[in-house]
Design a protein around this ligand. Structure first.
Ligand SMILES: [Zn+2]
Length: 366
């Protein structure tokens, strides 16, 4: 087994702070065979550490922050599966790549051809160079013998999982996509929330007091998004936009927001109560950098915003692609007694959009 710089590791772990997984991470870095520390498998760690995948990714990202691990973005050719480009930073990515083997240009899609992998920092543990060489050789042989290298398995971390990980945003918030570039995501879940009654509340309570209530609502909504593996993207007036990799998490976040707002309403007088309305849709988006932050644009984002706009007070309204995603109907069961479907005409969109509405609280009706 390769040598470990224990002092350096312990120094870095000290800066990591008091995280419950630190001793497990330490043991892994000291004891695991070399090959497990190159291209770290989050599925294996999730099993060994008895943690969710998202929690393992959090630890890996924090370990990158303290230079215990390194992180690489890999851009695979969609035709042969080979590596068209490797990059240590998102800031060095481009929307197009070229595969020298297939001689084709292709567009990068964060949930299709972009992989992120973590390996131990060689200054923490000095892995033999043969590991990387053998890995690269394997790719060449796969393409030569089978026409393609299969790089995706259950342990593969897709670029979208990292870009949309709350901890990536927290730690690497300054790391953005180049200004003139955009990266596609084939299937993102976009959620918009808004509150009803805020205009009247500002009139009644005055700006400072009304804003305090709105501000508190932002905290609750942001918290619900973050706790359900989503990323709050921005606020627009009283609206909040959030993005999720997983649709079921978006459903859970919507109900968590509703529950949090209901309980905060209990301690408020009638004139201070807010009612939430939520719209969710799923589909392709592009990720870009705007105002030094990663933001999302595209038809799916526009439709999600419109679905939210036609949502009634206390309603969760959903687009067809979202409600049909695996697990969504099951996640709604138990919280929603019925879902009402209706076609809605939206400005600028030729065909009517199917919207599925559900009342989130028992007291609400539609
Ligand atoms: Zn290729």
């Amino acid at each position: 087994m390769s040598s470990t710089n224990k002092d350096r590791l312990d120094g870095a772990l000290k800066r990591f702070g008091s995280h419950p997984a630190i001793s497990k991470l330490r043991e892994f870095l000291l004891m695991a065979p070399d090959e497990e520390l190159f291209h770290i498998d989050p599925v294996r760690l999730a099993e060994q550490w008895n943690l969710r995948r998202q929690a393992v990714l959090e630890i890996l990202l924090r370990a990158v922050r303290f230079e215990i691990l390194g992180m690489e973005w890999i851009f695979h050719c969609p035709t042969c599966g080979g590596v068209a480009k490797e990059s240590l930073q998102l800031a060095h990515t481009h929307e197009h790549e070229f595969c020298p083997v297939c001689r084709v240009d292709f567009r990068n899609v964060l949930d299709e051809n972009v992989e992120v992998f973590f390996s131990v920092n060689l200054e923490i543990r000095n892995l033999p160079t043969s590991l990387r060489e053998e890995h690269e050789q394997q790719i060449i042989e796969d393409i030569a013998n089978n026409g393609r290298h299969v790089w995706r398995n259950g342990g593969t971390i897709k670029g979208v999982e990292i870009l949309n990980h709350p901890i990536f945003r927290e730690i690497f918030g300054g790391e953005t996509i180049p200004l003139d570039q955009s990266l596609e995501i084939r299937a993102a879940t976009v959620l918009f929330s808004d509150v009803t009654g805020s205009t009247a509340m500002y009139e009644r309570l005055g700006d400072a007091q009304a804003y305090r209530i709105i501000r508190n609502h932002f905290d609750l909504v942001f918290q619900a998004i973050g706790e359900h593996d989503g990323v709050p993207i921005k606020t627009i007036g009283d609206e909040v936009m959030g993005v999720f990799v997983d649709e079921v998490s978006a459903v859970r976040a919507a109900f968590a927001m509703q529950d949090a707002l209901s309980s905060s309403n209990e301690s408020r007088t009638d004139g201070e109560k807010l009612t939430l309305k939520i719209g969710v849709h799923r589909g392709p988006v592009i990720a870009v950098t705007l105002n030094d932050r990663i933001d999302y644009f595209g038809r799916t984002v526009n439709i999600a915003a419109r679905i939210q706009a036609v949502s009634g007070p206390g309603q969760l309204s959903m687009g067809e692609a979202f409600i049909r995603a695996p697990g969504v109907k099951e996640a709604l069961q138990g919280r929603v007694s019925r879902v009402k479907r209706g076609a809605v005409r939206m400005k600028g969109i030729d065909t009517p959009v199917q919207v599925y509405r559900a009342a989130m609280g028992q007291a609400e009706s539609f």
